[in-house]
Design a binder for this molecule. Structure first.
Ligand SMILES: Nc1nc2c(ncn2[C@@H]2O[C@H](COP(=O)(O)OP(=O)(O)O)[C@@H](O)[C@H]2O)c(=O)[nH]1
Ligand SMILES: [Mg+2]
Length: 291
């Protein structure tokens, strides 16, 4: 696949039998891979219990069992990695996240991915705050032949979304993908704006957005959890887009986000090219992470 998380392969080869050094090093590496202290602790405790109960201490078997425990977390719950696309049309995806995490570029990638499966997409340029955000998405739209609905800079994002949803109905679009701002004067300002956008959507389509996808930069590490908490508490998050996994060895935080907040990871991006995006695959992820 692609370079992903810090590979733990060396640990399984370094020891012939699990002892204190093995457990300490394994826990340390999990935490360095940005699995939170609590989650790493829980995984190690489960694995130790298994080891003692079953009297199994060879690293290869423990490695497989650890993979199972992580898969348990990632595959837990009714929510899967698939995007909620369907009727009634159009499906509405709201894309949120702090500045610079990769919202706008992920939207271009996602639009391109969905357009390939013959979905008619409208992009809504509702980040009216950041300089050049509108031009950035317009540029992608023109290149991909996807319509971008936009207003002037500093105009009301709610009005852009309102127009985008009208346009989607008029053009019989399948999916509307909404870009949003990542930075305001204060974080409560940003959350208020996102809540307002959400209300505009709800009024217009008579239901919640079909997806509220939080974009997380895999390089930010443990801070990602508090970002997820803030967005989830304010507007509700249905899934994560994990970006920039080509440039990190710290992707383990998504295990914590899934374990603690029950938010599934839906998509990953792994480069700046338009097709550097894929649906999240838990098994692939665990194999990359654990070796
Ligand atoms: N290497 C790499 N860079 C990325 C990826 N996704 C986004 N970027 C870069 O991150 C920067 C910020 O992206 P942007 O979409 O403007 O972030 P936004 O502020 O959240 O909209 C840009 O330079 C992107 O090219 C990725 O998967 N891999
Ligand atoms: Mg942007």
């Amino acid at each position: 696949m692609f370079k992903l998380f810090k590979n733990l392969n060396y640990i399984w080869n370094k020891f012939t039998k699990a002892g204190d050094d093995f457990w300490d090093l394994l826990e340390e590496e999990l935490i360095l891979g940005n699995i939170s202290f609590e989650t790493a602790d829980m995984l190690i405790a489960r694995l130790k219990e298994y080891s003692y109960k079953e009297n199994i201490s060879d690293p290869a078997s423990l490695k497989n069992q650890l993979k199972n425990y992580i898969l348990d977390i990632l595959q837990d719950g009714e929510s899967n990695e698939l995007l909620n696309i369907g009727s009634p049309r159009p499906s509405v995806f709201l894309i949120v996240g702090v500045n610079g995490v990769g919202k706008t570029s992920s939207i271009a990638k996602l639009a391109n991915l969905l357009a390939k499966s013959r979905k008619k997409i409208i992009i809504s340029a509702a980040d009216t705050f950041r300089a050049a955000a509108i031009e950035q998405i317009q540029y992608f739209g023109e290149k991909m032949g996807i319509e971008v609905v936009h207003h002037q800079r500093f105009s009301d994002p709610g009005a852009v979304v309102f127009d985008s949803l009208d346009k989607a109905v008029a053009k019989d679009a399948d999916i509307v993908i909404i870009d949003t701002a990542g930075r305001m004067q204060t974080s409560s300002n940003l959350m208020d704006e996102l809540k307002k956008i959400k209300r505009v959507i709800e009024k217009k389509i008579g239901r919640e957005p079909d997806e509220i996808l939080l974009v997380i930069d895999s390089n930010v590490g443990q801070n990602a959890k508090s970002q997820a908490e803030i967005f989830n508490d304010s507007i509700g998050v249905t899934g994560i887009i994990l970006t920039k996994i080509d440039s990190t060895s710290k992707g383990g935080v998504v295990i914590t986000i899934k374990n603690d907040l029950k938010i599934p990871i839906k998509l990953v991006t792994y480069g700046e090219k338009i097709d550097n995006i894929g649906y999240f695959n838990p098994l692939e992820f665990v194999n990359e992470l654990i070796g």
